[in-house]
Every structure is written in structure tokens, then in C-alpha cells.
Ligand binder design. Sequence first.
Ligand code: NAD
Length: 291
Amino acid sequence: MIILDGKKTSADLKSEIAESVKLIKSQGKKTPHLAAVLVGTDGASMTYVGAKVKACELVGFESTLIDLPEETTEEKLLQEIENLNNNDSIDGFIVQLPLPKHIDEQKVLMAVNPDKDVDGFHPTNVGKMTLDLPSFLPATPYGILELLERYEVETSGKHVVVIGRSHIVGRPMSILMSQKRKAGNATVTVAHSRTKNLKELTLQADIIVAALGIAEFLTGDMVKDDVVVIDVGITRVDDATKKRGYKLAGDVHFESVSKKASFITPVPGGVGPMTIAMLLKNTLLACENKE
Ligand code: NAD
């Protein structure tokens, strides 16, 4: 069994990005600049945004954090987005999700200039991705592709079962893996909350991408020998032994599944760090596109 080490792979990627930034700077070109908009004080969102800003510093990007209070109106947020769209020094920006309930998430994502949409959530980028045209790929599925490629996991002709159909993970993952690409050419089944015979499907799968958000859902009896398992889930589970009072759990019961798997991602240290690295890669691309 081989661990797909997202921590190491993302560190490699960040070094490569840092090298590119050095080169850009030495040529007197503009330093890539990522902005992140955070609304409210959700603990997990604050952690994610903090990690993204820190990663920018590490690779030599400029970063801007726009920290807005929970009670920010939709109108005010849309104004902030318009300002970012018009700000030439910002190459790309993200709006950290979820947003407070009184704000229409779709309306906000639609307001982002697709050329600066480094999360790849705007319909223009989703459409381009679906048609296999150059676009910003959503960071989490993009990170999974990168991990599969770098570990040379064979995907062509394999049966992939993606559990989850969200717009940010499951759906794009299923589209990308069915396309003609290195980590692609697979036959893909998308399972979701209404799927009836999930265990029958997962037992047939050569590769499983678990992205449903239920801690340790996928167990050893649900997978066949030599399966490749990508665990996207991050759930906070109470744990009195930890100083912070919780631990992070994936969607996969690691102990039982890893006994059968040929490759598996851990949680933490698997898909999570890759997501941040790919966001940086998209920002670099946004900056280069502008040049
Ligand atoms: P979501 O809640 O938007 O979607 C969950 C999906 O799972 C839905 O499509 C639903 O139909 C499906 N589902 C729910 N219960 C199911 C069941 N019993 N059987 C089969 N399918 C079921 O979640 P999301 O935003 O896609 O995130 C999924 C998980 O991945 C969460 O734990 C989230 O925190 C994590 N996540 C991690 C990263 C990362 O960088 N590692 C990035 C994004 C999301």
C-alpha cells in the first residue's frame, strides 16, 4: 500500500511555483497577487483562509485578505467583488464559502470576473472545463488529478466511483476523470445521497473518490483488493484528548480500507494541502494570462 502524500507533493508544487515567481520577478514582471474574501467568523473558514494567505507568502505571492463582518449585506459584498474585479493589481481572488445565510451564494459567485475566478466556480469556467477548454480547474479536483499523475496511478479504462455530486468536488471530479487526459479516460459512476446500491458499486470500483462529508463512511468491507482511494472529506469530530477539542476525520475508515488499498490518501495530509497548492497554481496562471 502506498500513501498518496499530499503534504509532500504540495510542498514540491509550492517549490516549483516559488521558482516561477523568482523568475517572474527577475524579469521585472508583476508579482502574482491573490485576494481572499472572508465573511463572518466561521472557525473552519478562518483556518482555510489563513492557510491560503500563508501559502501565498511562502511562494512569494502578494496576498490581500478582505475580512468582512457576519452582518455584511449582499449589496456590500457585491460592491467588494466589483472593486476586486476592477483592481488591476489583483490577479485572482476567492470568496470563501459557505457565506452567511442571508447572502445568495450563486449571485456572488456569478459576480466574479471569470478571468480572476481562480476557484473555477463561475459558470464560464465550469463550461470551459466541461468542454475541455483551457480554464481554471476547481482546486480540489485539480489537486486530486495532480496527485494521481505524480504517483503515476493508472486511470485509463478504470472504473471510478465518485461519492458526492457537489459543484466544487464530486461533479467536476466526475467530469474531469472521464475526459481524455493523463489522469482520466476512466469510466465514471457518480453516487450521491439517493444512490440505492452504493456498496455494490464501490465493490466494483478500481478507484473511489469519497467526497460526501460523513466521517469514516467508507469501510473495508465496501472495497475490493488493490483499490485506489481518494479521501476528500474533512469533518471535525469531538476528541477530548486534543487540545482544540476535536480531530479531523476523513470520509474513509483508514484502518480497514488501507489494508486492501494499493494507494490511499490520508486525512489530514492528503487532498487538503493539494487544494491550496492548486489555488496558487491557478493564481500564477491568472497572472501569466494577464501578461
Ligand atoms: P456537499 O455537502 O456539498 O456534498 C456532499 C455530497 O455527498 C452530496 O452530493 C450528497 O448527495 C452526497 N452524499 C451525502 N450523503 C451520502 C450518502 N450517504 N451516500 C452517498 N452520497 C451521499 O459536500 P462537499 O462540499 O462536496 O464536501 C464533501 C466533503 O469534502 C466535506 O467533508 C468537505 O469538508 C470536504 N472538502 C474537502 C476539501 C479539501 O480540500 N480536502 C475541499 C472541499 C470539501
